[in-house]
Ligand binder design. Structure first.
Ligand SMILES: [Fe+2]
Length: 148
C-alpha cells in the first residue's frame, strides 16, 4: 500500500523523504542529524511543519537530551503536529536499512547492534524504547491493515 492509498499528508511524506538529510557530511554542524538537518531545511526556506518534523523525528528530543543538546533543539524549533510526528516515527521505526519492513522491536535491536553498547544512539534507544514501541502500536491500530 502506498502513500496515495493511505492518503498520507504531504508534510509527512516530505519529512519522511528528508528526515535523515542531516547525515550528509556537508551539513554536519553539531553531529546530531535531526538538528543539523532541520537547520539546513530552515535555511532553504522549507515549510515550517516539515522542518519541525525533521527536528523532532523519532524521539529526537530524547536523543538531544542524551547528547546535551536538548535546550538547543527546543530553543530553535517548535514541535510538529503530534499525529504527524507519530506517523513519521512509525515510518522510520518500521523501515530497515535496506528499505524493507521491520517490526519496531527488531529495528531497535538492529540500531543497538549497529552502534554498539557505548554509543550515544544506544543510550538514546534504551531511554526511548518504550515510547517508540507505544507510538508504533498506536499508529498500527489506526492503519487500515497491518503491514505484514
Ligand atoms: Fe534519523
Amino acid at each position: 500500500m502506498g502513500c496515495k492509498e493511505l492518503a498520507l499528508p504531504d508534510d509527512l511524506v516530505t519529512a519522511a523523504w528528508l528526515h535523515d538529510i542531516g547525515y550528509a557530511p556537508e551539513l554536519v554542524e553539531t553531529g546530531f542529524h535531526p538538528l543539523d538537518g532541520a537547520r539546513y531545511l530552515r535555511r532553504l526556506g522549507a515549510d515550517g511543519q516539515v522542518v519541525s518534523l525533521v527536528a523532532y523525528h523519532s524521539c529526537a528530543q530524547i536523543e538531544a537530551e542524551v547528547r546535551g543538546l536538548g535546550a538547543e533543539l527546543a530553543s530553535e524549533f517548535a514541535p510538529a503536529d503530534s499525529l504527524l510526528t507519530d506517523g513519521l516515527l512509525y515510518c522510520d521505526m518500521t523501515t530497515g536499512p535496506d528499505g524493507g519492513y521491520v517490526r519496531p522491536a527488531e529495528r531497535l535491536v538492529e540500531i543497538r547492534g549497529r552502534y554498539g553498547p557505548d554509543h550515544e544512539v544506544t543510550r538514546f534507544v534504551a531511554r526511548a524504547a518504550s515510547e517508540i514501541l507505544a507510538t508504533c502500536a498506536r499508529i498500527e491500530e489506526m492503519l487500515p491493515s497491518q503491514p505484514r
